[in-house]
Write a protein of this length. Sequence first.
Length: 336
Amino acid sequence: MPETTPDTTRSTVLAADRKLDPADAGACERLARTLCTRGHNQVDSPEWVAGARDAWEDLPLPLRREVRRFRRHSGPHGTLVIGGLPVDQAALPATPTVPGSVQRRATVSAAVLTMVACGLGEPLAYLAEKSGALVQDVVPVPGQETFHGNAGSVPLSFHTENGFHPHPPDYVIFLCLRADHDRRAGMRVAGIRQALPLLTPAGRQTLFAPEFITTPPPSFGPDAAATESDAEPRPVLSGAVEDPDIRMAQLVTTPLTPRAAAALAEFGRACEATARTLRLTPGDLVVIDNRVTVHGRTAFHPRYDGADRWLQRTYVTTDLRRSRDHRPHDGHVLAR
């Protein structure tokens, strides 16, 4: 499917669906700071994750209720946005500018992300991507402006995360630490529950057929990129006909037949027609149901002055057991 530059003037620009009140935000921050001072300050350690799992139960009820409801059913858009989360803005360092930037040491934002991840399931990472870190920085990197991934600043086309893998994440969580200078960067989301009615019967049928190859995205590096002959053909849609799951990335999903090419293009148009754009501000938490929602990004202009856009990201699985053969020592990192 050819890439397109989104016309954001036609998109719905949304703020948070919910916003924590100041008292609940303060309670979240106190709990996050406590988690950062319990002696285990390595975000990727089993002890840290265990502490975050326990701390989740002590988060304010309104936050836990929203996350639990979303976990049961992610709604028509497959996206939840909650504003007002603590990110310790006053103490934030300069926005990272190095490739592969991650958060290894305990911070308030890392604590918030990990606690919410444990409320949804279990945090997950991939060794070939961002060195297997559980909390990853999404920041523009000098010289990588045209990179089609989290280090770039050009438009990022629609995709589900890691659909090539036997065990893609069920959820992707983002927390905004800083907005871009011009407030131009937008996270674009499109859910199958909105797009499905726009598909023709023939298009739907084809998208359920194993006539597509999805390879690893550029963020996994050149060594991880499988050739089309090595990859297993898969459908784009699977599961319930009336409420299917998606595995697709416009950049790296290749149709194998003419009808598959037509169906993939049709699906792309349906996503564009139903897309919403989220303009994130510091403290906005975005939970994306990766099974039913694709996401992307509009273009923006980084300045590389230490105050550029900065999101942090964590993947979540609802069933850690199912990937046990990919995780050495029963950890949270998929090694293959």
